[in-house]
Design a protein around this ligand. Structure first.
Ligand SMILES: Nc1nc2c(c(=O)[nH]1)N[C@H]1C(S)=C(S)[C@@H](COP(=O)(O)O)O[C@H]1N2
Ligand SMILES: [Mo]
Length: 512
């Protein structure tokens, strides 16, 4: 058993060295790195914050080291498992053993390619990975072989006489014992995890003061509402129809049931109103489920003369998007918001979502899509708002609240959200000296290419003073958000969000 463990260990180290060589030489990501990506994206925000506040900017590296060690140990455990199986399966003679090794390498690799790799956002079999797709597929396959062949080479022995019954019994007993140890270990890890969770929740409440860090997913009840009318129109889903009309080869009328029978798509998307001022709250992130407009249109041919696609809502509201945007592969007819039917105030039964464009084009209570050969000036555009309405890169400070007080030499957590439409956020920076110097904030990777990010920065002021805290974001195309203060009308606000923080030896308790 011990020998099997050590052989497995050496094999996974060999495979690891192999992976590291390709990482350094060609930039091919290793499995622990991909796992870190997935974990950091999927863990709850509080745990992420706990990691950042405990380990600082090296939190990710520590996680990576832990995973790399686990990866090596897993190699040893697989070795032990092999040893155990081999004793049980008498058909597994010396010749067949090698066939199984090749098969196992393949299975391990396929599993990684259809689970780990897509979960990290690199597509099935890593088709979206860097530096080129085939590299990851190939290197991981070879690494899998490196593991199994090293193990086989070290561990396999030419046939020996059959073990006696008592030998099998005792090895089974030790195996069961180890299984029990592993069980106890799992329970311990779970317990420690639960305690950390508790601590994370309580530290968050302590740290947020009056300013609250935004949850990554905005609950429906807290999601901002902007509608032209005071109360939402009453739409009955049983009689609701979506009409596709205008310059199309044939018109379409779809019921709620017919729409829901089409293949569903879901994604996270942050919605922001064009009238949201710097530091404003007319922004929220939700998971939306529905049908892609492209899929609804799959049987329909649109005439070349079409210039605008007009979207009508049941509240006598209309807005338009370009045909290019309408046919893009990410425009969604949403019927669910955060796992429940879209609430009345957010557009029940169906609303449109157009990634990259401010809220007003995301028409609620949608009931007609009309293809026209003229320009169309929508409801808010008639009042002077931009028709392009491309979302500007923004960032907001949620914590601390304005005019907060804190003590010198004490860590003060700064945090908030940053958003750049469908371009994504690549960097968030914080200045504590009025914009002279900028520090990189930790950023929880976005839940989707259309989602905001949560950022945090732990700041330890040393002097008693009044500080102006500022934040700025860079989008996925490398463009820094504009620092020119501009009101929201006509094409969205710009400028940096800022907060005053007073550092004094005796903060007044009422203001924290
Ligand atoms: N039918 C209809 N759709 C609409 C509106 C409206 O008044 N009527 N307001 C728009 C505006 S200005 C914004 S910002 C978003 C807000 O969506 P929410 O209320 O779900 O947050 O909906 C858009 N869609
Ligand atoms: Mo809006």
């Amino acid at each position: 058993m011990k020998r099997a463990f050590y052989c497995g260990l050496i094999a996974s180290i060999t495979s690891g060295i192999f992976l590291v060589i390709f990482r350094l030489a060609a930039g091919v990501l290793t499995p622990p790195e991909v796992l870190v990506d997935i974990i950091v994206r999927l863990i709850p925000l509080n745990l992420f914050l706990l990691g950042v506040s405990t380990f600082g900017s090296s939190a990710k590296i520590i996680l990576l080291i832990v995973l790399a060690v686990l990866f090596i140990i897993a190699g040893g455990l697989v070795g032990m498992l092999w040893h155990w199986l081999k004793r049980r399966w008498s058909w597994l003679d010396h010749r067949r053993e090698w066939v199984v090794v090749v098969a196992v390498s393949f299975i391990l690799w396929v599993l990684a390619m259809v689970s780990l790799v897509p979960a990290s956002g690199k597509g099935f079999f890593g088709i979206q990975s860097q530096p080129w797709p085939a590299a990851m597929v190939l290197v991981w396959l070879l690494a899998s072989f490196a593991y199994t062949f090293t193990f086989a080479g070290l561990f396999f022995r030419p046939p020996v006489p059959q073990p006696t019954v008592s030998e099998i019994d005792s090895s089974r007993r030790t195996f069961l014992k180890r299984l029990a140890y592993a069980g106890v270990g799992l329970i311990l890890v779970g317990g420690v995890g639960a305690i950390l969770w508790k601590i994370a929740n309580s530290t968050m409440q302590m740290m947020s003061g009056t300013g609250q860090l935004s949850p990554e997913i905005t609950p429906n009840a807290d999601f901002y509402v902007v509608s032209k009318d005071f109360s939402p129109p009453q739409v009955d889903s049983a009689s609701w129809k979506l009409q596709v009309t205008g310059l199309v080869d044939h018109e379409l009328s779809l019921s709620y049931e017919q729409l829901k029978a089409l293949p569903p798509t879901s994604f996270y998307l942050t919605l922001e109103c064009i009238s949201n001022e710097v530091g404003g709250t007319q922004i929220g992130n939700a998971q939306w489920k529905g049908v892609l407009l492209r899929d609804v249109m799959s049987s329909i041919t649109v005439k070349d003369s079409v210039r605008k696609v007009v979207l009508y809502g049941a509240d006598d509201y209309a807005d338009s998007i370009t045909p290019q945007k309408a046919m893009a592969d990410d425009v969604l007819l949403a019927y669910e918001m955060n796992g429940v039917p879209v609430p009345p105030e957010h557009g029940y039964p169906v609303r449109l979502l157009v990634p990259g464009i401010y809220g007003m084009k995301n028409v609620k209570w949608l009931n007609r899509i009309d293809f026209v050969d003229q320009d169309f000036i929508g409801f808010w555009e008639q009042a002077g708002w931009s028709d392009q309405a491309v979302i500007k890169t923004m960032s907001r400070i949620d914590v601390p609240a304005s005019a907060s007080q804190s003590k010198p030499h004490e860590v003060l957590m700064l945090g908030g959200v940053a958003f750049a439409g469908d371009r994504g956020v690549s960097l968030v920076e914080v200045s504590t000296d009025g914009g002279k110097t900028w520090n990189t904030a930790a950023m929880k990777p976005a839940l989707s290419p259309f989602s905001w990010v949560i950022w945090v920065y732990n700041w330890t002021p040393v002097q008693n003073d009044n500080y102006i805290i500022q934040v700025r974001a860079t989008d996925g195309q490398g463009n820094l958000q504009s620092d020119i203060p501009t009101p929201a009308l006509p094409d969205g606000a710009s400028g940096y969000d800022s907060r005053l923080v007073v550092i004094t030896p005796n903060p007044s308790p009422t203001q924290q």
